[in-house]
Write a protein that binds this ligand. Sequence first.
Ligand SMILES: C[S@@+](CC[C@H](N)C(=O)[O-])C[C@H]1O[C@@H](n2cnc3c(N)ncnc32)[C@H](O)[C@@H]1O
Ligand code: SF4
Length: 279
Amino acid sequence: MTYIRHKLKRLDLNIAYACNIKCSGCISLSDFPRKGVATLEEVDSWLKYWHNYLDIDVIVLFGGEPLINPKLLDICKCIRKYYPASTIRLITNGYLLDNFDPKCWFEYEPFEIQVSIHRLDHESNINKKIKKIIETKKGWSTTVENLNQHQQIKFSLENFTIYKSKFKDFVAPYGFANNQPIPLSSDPKKAHSLCGSPNTPVLYKGKLYKCPPVANLIDLLDENWNNYKSCDSHEGLETFIKSVGCPESVCAQCPDNTNAIIFDHFDKGNVHVKEKNLS
Ligand SMILES: C[S@@+](CC[C@H](N)C(=O)[O-])C[C@H]1O[C@@H](n2cnc3c(N)ncnc32)[C@H](O)[C@@H]1O
Ligand code: SF4
């Protein structure tokens, strides 16, 4: 049977709902009680279905914290089964990199690791873990990039790239009432024009959502959040694909330039890391 495959530049694949740290304003709501990871069987069944319909350039191992998923390497293998040529990108806070053989990632090239530095006082600790991966091979090139919202150092070796990224401000993708997220009522176009995830659909528990905040808010709080409907089969896929990267009514949940709640990520009080992560 021949299927119509839609092109996506990037799809985030949520493989961990929980995180080992808590960042205020996190787009995956790591500062609220989140539990669990996706199982290998679940990921396999999602990709078995969606690979018929989606042609994806970059598949992102996303969470929560993907390194807490005990089947992470099997999930990489599973992605390769359905997507032999796509780039796999692991986005991680880096604290648990030492739980893995530093050479293991090279088996899944083209592969990228984006390490987010969440605490400046822990940067040297995370640097050591990145160095262990780099030291397994010779010939890396290094560049420093100053992007819009953050600084990034890029280490490249053929089909393998490690990015070390630092973000200063986290804008919460919702409002607050009694310490609980509530949707704002912004102008969707204005909110989307300022959005930190304007173009990053996510496969979350087998369904496609516009962005990580929408998926996580619906899962944590309310399946009718802002009347958003996820895409759960190829029948709604064309409409979903057209909405990627565009403002739509759900974007009213996010701040525009008048009502943003901003957390300074360089303030230790906004990033909670348990001591056991620092070994
Ligand atoms: C949600 S985290 C998940 C992956 C992993 N736990 C990590 O920390 O990299 C993915 C990326 O989103 C960024 N992020 C989270 N909340 C954000 C926000 N409100 N504004 C901007 N970036 C945010 C993090 O810095 C990280 O680079
Ligand atoms: S709802 Fe819209 S504005 Fe908010 S994070 Fe998602 S894409 Fe961005």
